[in-house]
Design a protein around this ligand. Structure first.
Ligand code: PLP
Length: 446
């Protein structure tokens, strides 16, 4: 292990160990506030200077195979020429214009393409810049839908244990209350119903009863098939069908119109689970779907909230008060939408779903045998996601540094060592990642 990886910021400041780091790093480190990090004790980040395909080029000359893909965004690999060309082609004539009062081709084309690509009649797209905001918009649409369409005040949501939907206040309230990193804020969050996923008929019955009885529930939100940030926990399509059925069951008053179903596909969308959307695998169409991450291939921030025809119809009215009053400054960012359109071209032109199937098969062959090890609690593989859950906790910072020393950028979540590679990863690069995971599970080096 590179000793400098393990030294804390405080130690770095004291002993001048940043001397070998670039100037921008040393000058910025005392001023930048990094994500999900105790700045005092964290392992200092490693400076990177370039990306290509599935590799990260470090400032000190090393190259790492990237198992994370820029927080699950770089689905087509880094620097895909078609994405970069699309960004350049948009940047020159018009990097962005506001969508208030003006229109540009890329956002309109993207909205039409997403409507055609997503299941059912999810025909309206609202654009934002992050998954959290896409979920905020989904929640806001659900609450206002009940007022607009039914004159009802419904403000509660049902979400599931193990779930993660973002870091903003409304999204924190629908994350797992204990594991969602936000327990500190509980007192400031609107209380919601957080239930176990209905993975058994008894849990389905409990969900159905709650939805029928509590008339303040506006919607049910779920990460379909894979709960990503909660540790790559997987459930089956039947669970999603049960949730849809519970939303559609008649209420105690005999009404057929139950809470809206929101699929948060920020992580699972665009092939990650092996189908274009998790909704496709389940044959279940939600009323609202959120997308982000792979939508813009790791090149620019972009997210979307899609609404079904029925949901949208509640807003389309002569009454100005029924409009959706939301408008992020960068909504429908022109470069972002151009890149997203180029990403959709790649799904059409390049064999993405076949590549994902090959990744799944290779990961399964390499990792499934580890389930026999006593120190391994579970091995989970689905689509382009592979995870090993260790039976016991380990030093996560030390594990991250150990992986880097193996030439792999892998960042465990809790007790779960996982990869979410680019769909374009080469078999030998993927083998480098799974070999590092296997060694970690077998040898427990930290
Ligand atoms: N929803 C899901 C399922 C996610 O996995 C994430 C991020 O990991 C988010 C929402 C929040 O997205 P963002 O980090 O872009 O705000």
């Amino acid at each position: 292990m590179d000793g400098s990886e393990r030294r804390s910021h405080a130690a770095l400041a004291e002993d001048g160990a940043t001397a070998e780091k670039p100037n921008w790093y040393r000058e910025g480190l005392p001023h930048i506030w990094l994500p999900y990090a105790q700045m005092k004790t964290m392992t200092p980040p490693i400076p990177a200077v370039a990306t290509r395909g599935s590799t990260l080029q470090l400032d000190d000359g090393r190259r790492l195979v990237d198992g994370v893909g820029a927080w699950w965004t770089a689905a087509h690999g880094y620097n895909h020429p078609h994405l970069l060309d699309a960004a350049r082609a948009q940047l020159e004539p018009m990097p962005h214009i506001m969508l208030g009062g003006l229109a540009h081709e890329q956002a309109y084309r993207l909205a039409a393409r997403l409507a055609a690509l997503t299941p059912g009649d999810l025909g309206r797209a609202f654009f934002s810049e992050s998954g959290s905001v896409a979920v905020e918009v989904a929640l806001k649409i659900a609450v206002q839908y009940w007022r607009n369409a039914h004159g009802q005040t419904r403000s509660k949501f049902v979400a599931f244990l193990g779930g993660y939907h973002g870091d903003t206040f409304a999204t924190m309230a629908v994350c797992d209350p204990d594991e969602g990193m936000h327990s500190l804020f509980q007192g400031s969050l609107a209380p919601q119903h957080i239930l176990p996923l209905p993975d058994t008929p008894a849990r389905h019955d409990a969900l159905e009863r709650l939805l029928a009885e509590d008339q303040s529930i506006a919607g049910v939100i779920v990460e379909p098939l894979i709960q990503g940030a909660g540790g790559m926990r997987m459930h089956d399509v039947e669970t999603l069908r049960r949730i849809r059925a519970a939303c559609d069951a008649p209420t105690a008053a005999g009404e057929r119109q139950g809470p809206l179903l929101i699929f948060d596909e920020v992580f699972t969308g665009f092939g990650r689970t092996g189908e274009m959307f998790a909704a496709d695998a389940a044959g279940v169409t939600p009323d609202i779907m959120t997308l982000g991450k792979a939508l813009s291939g790791g090149v620019t921030p972009l997210a979307a909230t899609l609404a079904s025809a029925r949901v949208y119809a509640a807003f389309h009215d002569d009454d100005p008060d029924k409009a959706l009053m939301h408008g992020p400054t960068y909504t429908g960012h022109a470069v972002g939408c151009a890149v997203a359109n180029a990403g959709l071209d790649l799904f059409e032109r390049e064999p993405r779903l076949a590549q994902i199937r090959a990744i799944e098969a290779q990961c399964r062959a390499a990792l499934a045998p580890l389930e026999a090890l006593e120190q391994v609690a579970a091995v989970r593989v689905r689509g382009a996601v592979a995870a090993i859950e260790m039976a016991e906790a380990f030093d996560i910072e030390a594990a991250r540094a150990w992986f880097i020393a193996q030439g792999a950028f892998i960042r465990p979540l809790g007790q779960v060592v996982y990869i979410t590679p680019a769909y374009t990863i080469e078999p030998d690069e993927l083998a480098a990642l799974t070999t590092a995971m296997r060694r970690f599970a077998e040898e427990r080096p930290v």
